[in-house]
Each structure stands twice: as structure tokens, then as C-alpha cells.
Design a binder for this molecule. Structure first.
Ligand code: FAD
Ligand code: 2HG
Ligand code: ZN
Length: 474
């Protein structure tokens, strides 16, 4: 086995000494976004090319040193930061940030895995195409992280998760070999689909270095509405009506509970939150895209909202008159995670339930939590169009959040995840498993499925050097 100093020298030769960080403030790489864990790594290594990634992985494999792939480090489940041993290498992909090619006829874009999501969207828009993957972290998350977690976001109702947008990958395996899988084919039934194994594997099977992604024509118009609804049942009814009226034109449907909105008002008073005077229990952000014209889009949207008001599932609604207004409405929704972080440490549940059963789930689970943990504050919001709630729990007002998490997180999780099981839901809709939910996965996924997952991990990474301790207990 190679001693650490020899490995570090090898890594410096592979990527350049300036890109092997061992000293100074490495907290941006060592602490997770939610401040749930603070790790300590042997080094942060920042390769610039796929060949350099392969050289780093080969050297680490020879030294039996484990690797933590990292993009923007915005993940929610403690998956991209090192453990506390001081022996792991953080492999940061952020220097690999080139848009490699855009094929207008094939409707695809090929990018390095370290590209920031927003810069991909902007580069594609400049060429007249829509890259639809969108989320509040898009200014700092990378495509590699999006693929690693199979991220969802706010456009899934129309365009699917990251997986649905990916037509091929370039990957460095756990042995340091390069798999060139950037085919860009829409049809390819030649055996096991390795791309789909790697997507959502959270860095445990290999390092994604490049990807070829689907594009769409830019819509002629995009409209955003903000609606106050009298109940979660009404929000689900509105979603059904939106599907009926807008069909594939429905591109976003987000729900926000009153307490979640009150945190935005409290921590970002400069943000204008509509309909505060109505004290509606929930508000909804809807987005419609149209290939014809803004007039056409507006007419469809207005018909929908009028019908919804007649049926009583919307109390009041506003439709943005300009892009700036639309961005302001989205900004309300997208500020919730930041407002929640300002409020203090919290327990997150990123869950999936059949849309039709969400109101019943929330009613029953709210009641159980309020009984078991009096004063607990429920921050409930998320991607209702996809049946994905961020059913988060904040410590009672004025209490010590750290102590609440230490003492009560297991009890809170037990109630929520037991209910998720009863409703045939999933304990991770879009954020992944990381280390925060690894034990939960072992309890909530079938033993048969877990054994197949372990077999895949053993086959592709027999040394267990790729992000060990994430997703699976081996
Ligand atoms: P990281 O956090 O660096 O890594 C995430 C995981 O992917 C880790 O397991 C890591 O090892 C692995 N990984 C990273 N790069 C690679 C690679 N090149 N090859 C292999 N594995 C890799 N998520 C959603 O799904 N939907 C949302 O709407 C959403 N909104 C968010 C809003 C905010 C404000 C924040 C802070 C986060 C949000 N997230 C959301 C979570 C997070 O942004 C996403 O999971 C994102 O995809 C992570 O990208 P990243 O580059 O930051 O990855
Ligand atoms: C979102 O949809 C993100 O805003 C973050 O997935 C969710 O903070 C959360 O719980
Ligand atoms: Zn989300």
C-alpha cells in the first residue's frame, strides 16, 4: 500500500500541485450545506480533464484510499463531504466546466460534469434551446451532482427528473478506466443500461465526468401564477384541473404551507409574499409554457384560474405580467430552504406519496407529530405536481434546535417514515440517501432490492473506495 505522502506526490504530478489542497480553510469542501456534518479529508483534488480524473482514481485505488466525488456540495443528505478520519480524498469536479458541444438537430448538449447547472441553462438559451432542469441551487450545483443524485427540481411535472433528460455518460470507473458512453442515442437496447446504474448512485459506483443531455425548443411564452388555496385537497383538485386545461403546457406546480411562507416573510422581509391577508393554509405556484404565443398562454391560464375559482379550489390568484414578476413569484418559493436554514437546524423529509393521497397523509401525520412533540413546527412545501413533499420539521419556537435534533430526530423520523410506508411512499424522492438516510434505507427498502444493490456495488467497486458509507451498509 502506498503511504499518504507518496500518494499526495502522485496526485500533485497528476493534476498539478496547485490543485491538491491540503492546508488552509477547506470548510467549503468538508462541511455539508445543511451543517449536519463536518468532516476532515486528506486532500481536496481538483482535476481539469477526464484523463486527470482517471489518474487520480488509479492512484487512490493503488493506495486503497477512498474517494468522495463532489460537485457544488449543495446536497441535502450528507453525501459529498468526507468522513472525519482524515484519510479520504475529496474529488472536486468544479474545474471541469466546459460545455463541449451542442447538436441542434439531435436536440442534445454535451457537457463536463462540473458545469454549474445555471451556466448550462444559459449557454443553451443563447443558442435558442431550453435545458429544463431547474432548482433553487442551480447557481452552485453541478450537472455531475444532479446526475449523481438524480435530482428533481421544479420542472419535473413536464420534463422528468435528471435521469429522463440524460442520453449518455462518460464515467471513470472505480478502477480508473474511462467508459465513453456519450452516445446521444434515443434508442439503444444493447443489454444492461449502465447509464441508469450510474445515475442516482451518489458517487458510490464511479465518477461521472461528462454527460449528453436532452434539449427542447425554447417556449414562445412562459407564464407564472401564484394562487391561495383553502386546503391541500383544493391544491390537489387544482392540479387535476391544470393537467386538464394545460396538458403538456403545465411545466411547474409547487405547493407551500403557511408556516413555510411565514419563514420567508420573517427572514427575508424584502420579499413580497402575495395573499398574506387571506391567511390561506396553502399557496401554489403554477407555471405554464406555450409554443404558440403569450396571448394564447394567458388565455389558457385565465380560463383555468376562473374555473378553479368557480369551483372554490382557488381563493385568489395573480398571474405575472412580466418576466421580472414571474421571477419574483418563483423567488418566494425558492427562498423557503434558505429561510428554513436561517430559522435553525431542522429535520428534513423529502418524501414521495401518490398525489391523490397527500392530503390524507399530511392530516394524519401532522396530528401524530403534534401529539408526540407539542409545539413542533411543520414546514410543509414542495413539488406537489410530482407527489413530492418536503415535509420538514422545525424545533418548537424558542427551544434549542440542536438538543431537539439530538433527542427527538429518531422519534420524529419514526412517525413520518412509518406513515410513508403505510402510504406506499418513498423516503427519498429527489435528494438521495447519502449517509443521513443510509440506516433508514436499510429499514425501508426490501431485502431483495438491497441485496441486488449490494451485488452491483461489489461488482463495480470491489475495494469499496467510491464514496464508502453512502447509500448502502455493506
Ligand atoms: P454535491 O452535493 O456535490 O453531491 C451530491 C452527490 O452526488 C454526492 O453523493 C456526490 O458524491 C455525488 N456526486 C457529485 N458529483 C459527482 C460526479 N461527478 N460523479 C459521481 N457522483 C457525483 N435537489 C433536488 O433534487 N431538487 C431541488 O429542487 C433542490 N433544491 C435545492 C435548493 C437548495 C437551496 C439547495 C441548497 C439544494 C437543493 N437541492 C435540490 C439539493 C441539491 O442541490 C441537489 O441534490 C444537486 O443535484 C446536488 O448537486 P451538487 O453539484 O451540489 O452535488
Ligand atoms: C426544494 O425543493 C429543495 O426547495 C430543498 O429540494 C428542500 O430544503 C428542503 O427541504
Ligand atoms: Zn425539492
Amino acid at each position: 500500500m502506498m503511504p499518504p505522502t507518496e500518494l499526495l506526490n502522485h496526485l500533485r504530478k497528476s493534476v498539478g500541485a496547485a490543485h491538491v489542497l491540503t492546508e488552509g480553510d477547506l470548510s467549503a469542501y468538508e462541511q455539508d450545506w445543511r451543517k449536519r456534518e463536518y468532516g476532515k479529508c486528506m486532500a481536496v483534488v481538483r482535476p481539469a480533464t477526464t484523463e486527470e480524473v482517471a489518474a487520480v482514481v488509479k492512484a487512490c485505488a493503488a493506495a486503497s484510499v477512498s474517494i468522495v466525488p463532489q460537485g457544488g456540495n449543495t446536497g441535502m443528505v450528507v453525501g459529498s463531504t468526507p468522513d472525519r478520519s482524515g484519510t479520504q480524498v475529496v474529488l472536486s469536479l468544479t474545474r471541469m466546466n466546459r460545455v463541449r458541444a451542442l447538436d441542434a438537430a439531435n436536440l442534445t448538449v454535451t457537457v463536463d460534469a462540473g458545469c454549474i447547472l445555471q451556466s448550462i441553462q444559459e449557454a443553451c438559451a443563447q443558442s435558442g434551446f431550453l435545458f429544463p432542469l431547474s432548482m433553487a441551487s442551480q447557481g452552485s450545483c453541478t450537472l455531475g451532482g444532479n446526475l449523481g443524485t438524480n435530482a428533481g427540481g421544479t420542472q419535473v411535472v413536464r420534463y422528468g427528473n435528471t435521469r429522463e433528460l440524460c442520453l449518455g455518460l462518460e464515467v471513470v470507473t472505480a478502477q480508473g478506466d474511462i467508459w465513453h458512453g456519450l452516445s446521444g442515442l434515443r434508442k439503444d437496447n444493447t443489454g444492461y443500461d449502465l447509464r441508469h446504474l450510474l445515475i442516482g448512485s451518489e458517487g458510490t459506483l464511479g465518477v461521472i465526468t461528462g454527460a449528453i443531455m436532452k434539449l427542447y425548443p425554447l417556449p414562445a411564452a412562459q407564464l407564472t401564477a401564484f394562487a391561495a388555496v383553502p386546503s391541500l385537497e383544493a391544491a390537489v383538485q387544482l392540479l387535476g384541473m391544470a393537467h386538464q386545461h394545460l396538458s403538456a403546457g403545465l411545466t411547474g406546480f409547487e405547493v407551500m404551507g403557511q408556516f413555510a411562507l411565514s419563514l420567508v416573510i420573517k427572514h427575508f422581509p424584502q420579499i413580497r409574499v402575495p395573499f398574506q391577508q387571506l391567511s390561506s393554509p396553502y399557496c401554489v405556484v403554477l407555471e405554464a409554457s406555450d409554443q404558440e404565443s403569450e396571448v394564447h398562454a394567458r388565455a389558457g391560464f385565465e380560463r383555468l384560474l376562473e374555473a378553479a375559482m368557480e369551483q372554490g379550489c382557488v381563493q385568489d390568484a395573480v398571474v405575472a405580467e412580466s418576466i421580472t414578476q414571474a421571477q419574483a413569484l418563483w423567488h418566494v418559493r425558492e427562498s423557503i430552504p434558505l429561510a428554513q436554514a436561517q430559522e435553525g437546524l431542522n429535520i428534513k423529509h423529502d418524501i414521495s406519496i401518490a398525489v391523490s393521497r397527500i392530503p390524507e397523509f399530511v392530516r394524519l401525520t401532522d396530528a401524530q407529530l403534534e401529539q408526540a412533540f407539542p409545539g413542533v413546527r411543520l414546514v410543509n412545501y414542495g413539488h406537489l405536481g410530482d407527489g413530492n413533499l418536503h415535509y420538514n420539521v422545525q424545533a418548537p419556537a424558542g427551544s434549542d434546535a440542536e438538543a431537539f435534533l439530538r433527542n427527538d430526530e429518531p422519534g420524529v423520523n419514526a412517525i413520518v417514515y412509518e406513515m410513508v410506508d403505510q402510504f406506499n411512499g418513498s423516503i427519498s424522492a429527489e435528494h438521495g440517501v447519502g449517509s443521513l438516510k443510509r440506516e433508514k434505507l436499510a429499514q425501508h427498502k426490501s431485502p431483495v432490492a438491497l441485496n441486488m444493490m449490494r451485488a452491483i456495488k461489489h461488482a463495480l467497486d470491489p475495494q469499496n473506495i467510491m464514496n464508502p458509507g453512502r447509500v448502502l451498509t455493506l
